[in-house]
Every structure is written in C-alpha cells, then in structure tokens.
Design a protein around this ligand. Structure first.
Ligand code: RB5
Length: 149
C-alpha cells in the first residue's frame, strides 16, 4: 500500500510545494494536496487548518505546510491540540524535530529555503523516527499546558 501524506501551501509556498510534491511522488507517496493551486493570493490560516485537521483526526500520520517564511503556518497549525508542527531550516532541525518533538507536520519557508536544502530537510524528516523515552514524557506535557498554569 502506498504511504499517504497531506500537503498544503499558500501562494508564497506554492513554487516549493510543486517541487516537493514531485519528489514525494517519485518516492511512491500518495500526495493529497489541499491547495493552493496557483500563485494567486490566499490566506495561509485556511490552508493550515485543512492540513492540521486531517492530521489531528488521524486520517494522515503526517503533513507538510509551506508559506513564505513558514512562521504563519506554524502558528496556525499549532493551535490544534494534537499537532506538533515544526518549522525546519536545515537537516539538523528536521532530524531533531522528529527525534525529540515527534513532529507530525513539517513546515517550510518557501521564500527562505533553496530547493536542495528543502529536499534534504524533507528526506531527513521523513526517515527519522521519534526517540520516545524522556522525549515522550516531554511531548505528553504539552497537553497539560493551559492558560491557568
Ligand atoms: C504571505 O505574503 C506571507 O505572509 C505568508 O506566506 C507567510 O510567510 C506568513 O507567515
């Protein structure tokens, strides 16, 4: 069975999304793209919501979000309780976002990253497993955070 992944971008992330979508398909992923589909301006929180909701409800294990800097998508995606969206800039942040934070959404800055760096980040993020143990305990602590504590 093909591995499935959900991906979304705004207009600023669209060119990089086209590149990474192709790379994922070449690695035999079934890629579900929730938009946008051209360079016309859209609102990144709407796209972040579409991807995050499906990862949070378990339909997809992992998702990818791309905007201009990656910052807006990260803020929006992390509003969802079950989402651990990590903005990665290089292979090291990609590796540790999986090993330590059990990242379930990779966020990239389409206007920040070069194509090769983005490909490398994606590959490292996809192949790196969560380390568990003390990192699991810390990740579990996210759910204990409230406005009051
Ligand atoms: C769009 O102009 C830009 O604000 C968006 O892509 C992103 O960088 C937001 O954080």
């Amino acid at each position: 069975m093909k591995k499935k992944i959900i991906i979304g971008s705004d207009h600023a992330g669209f060119p990089l999304k086209v590149i990474l979508k192709k790379a994922l398909e070449e690695q035999s992923f079934e890629v579900v793209d929730v938009g946008c589909f051209d360079l016309n301006s859209v609102h990144y929180p709407e796209i972040a919501g579409k991807v995050s909701r499906e990862v949070a409800n378990g339909k997809y294990d992992k998702g990818i979000l791309i905007c201009g800097t990656g910052i807006g998508m990260s803020i929006a995606a992390n509003r969802f309780k079950k989402i651990r969206a990590t903005l990665c800039h290089d292979s090291l942040t990609a590796k540790f976002s999986r090993e330590h934070n059990d990242s379930n959404i990779l966020v990239l800055g389409g206007r920040i990253l070069g194509e090769e760096t983005a490909r490398e980040i994606l590959n490292v993020w996809l192949k790196t497993e969560f380390s568990g143990d003390r990192h699991q305990m810390r990740v579990d602590m996210f759910d204990q955070l409230t406005d009051e504590t």
